[in-house]
Design a protein around this ligand. Sequence first.
Ligand code: CA
Length: 244
Amino acid sequence: MNKNTRVRVLVVEDERKVANALREGLEGEGYEVVVEHTGEGAFFRLNTETFDVILLDLTLPERDGLQVLTTLRGRGVETPVLVLTARDALEDRVLGLDSGADDYLVKPFAFAEVEARIRALVRRGRTTEAVRLAVADLDLDLVTRKVTRAGQPIELTVREFELIEYLMRHEGQVVSRGTLGRDVWKETARTTPLDNVIDVHIARLRRKVDLDHPVKLIHTVRGVGFMLREGEPVTPGMKARETK
Ligand code: CA
């Protein structure tokens, strides 16, 4: 995601408390947020403005969220939609996502989860790149968020998923703790506690990704950071030594 471009989020939610909490949280993370309390308001807004992602509550006055969504898709609006819903309103149509929704979250949700989903949707919406990453026999599907090694599923937390995704996108490159802190943890300042958190996550990823496999993919580049690569890491310094 281009850091210079603020991601625009349209929140369609009639509950003021929820809408305000989302606005505050997302604005705090640097997103540009517009709130509409009705489907009509959302339609009106989308006639003249574009967004990177739409957060759509299912239970809205007048027209419900699914009707709003169907109409939007019918009009050719392809903006990724994250549906927000109470568990009792969760319909099979939404679960199957055949309503035109890209993802859904059940209320009450943790804000961190909302943000993670938005980031995933925006990334998908903004690029036409493959939705699947692969390094050796490690596969990551950005749509289903499933990760497998040699065909075996690996259960990852949201953060672990983000971390392995980042390492896979930078395959063969040395990634420092400072870079991970900034790009994955979104922390501007590098701190020892954060470094420790990163190390803990790397250790967990190693257990999940590498432990049962003879070929290790996650490597520590001493004094620099980490590298995901099939085989031993090669750094510019090491190359120079090899050619001596
Ligand atoms: Ca509602």
